[in-house]
Design a protein. Structure first.
Length: 166
């Protein structure tokens, strides 16, 4: 029974991180720490960006949760909060840095409604280079309009391909 509670803590922390990522992206990265995030919105050929510092913004609290949760039994639940934060961080890295921005060539293009919607939402976010007027600050929760536009784009591509074969 204990493992169910621990699993639910991990799941709750993971889920809460989507909101934290959205909030941090909108109000911190596009706010007072824009100078860290700005180079992520500019074309460049560098592997590392100032934006990569935000890894620490999430890694440090996760590490603290691991340490405190391991050292003090009355705060043992914090260990599982740290696990949830870490798993979200891994997800963020794989989707944002590997899949969307192709910083590592580990995945081929995914082709699902959800993966196309993620690309469209992130593309919309990067359509402005300034810190103002951006949209779509989250990662996993996608506005329905990006599913519609992804579906419309796929239909247009199919129509174009069949037209070319005529």
């Amino acid at each position: 029974m204990h493992w169910i509670i621990n699993f639910l803590i991990v799941l709750a922390a993971y889920t809460a991180m989507e909101f934290m990522a959205w909030f941090t992206h909108k109000y911190v990265m596009h706010g007072f720490l824009w100078h860290w995030h700005e180079d992520h919105h500019e074309p460049h050929d560098k592997f590392f960006e100032r934006n990569d510092r935000f890894f620490l913004v999430y890694a440090i609290p996760s590490a603290i949760c691991y340490i405190v949760g391991s050292m003090y039994p009355e705060y043992g639940f914090l260990f599982y909060v740290g696990v949830g934060i870490s798993l979200y961080g891994l997800t963020y890295f794989l989707i944002h840095d590997v899949y969307i921005h192709r910083r590592f060539k580990w995945f081929k293009q995914l082709d699902s409604k959800y993966s196309r919607a993620i690309l469209r939402a992130h593309g919309a976010h990067h359509s402005t280079q300034g810190k103002e007027d951006a949209e779509s600050f989250g990662l996993l929760v996608i506005h329905p309009k990006f599913f519609k536009s992804a579906r419309k784009r796929k239909q247009e591509n199919k129509a174009q391909m069949s037209h070319q074969s005529d």
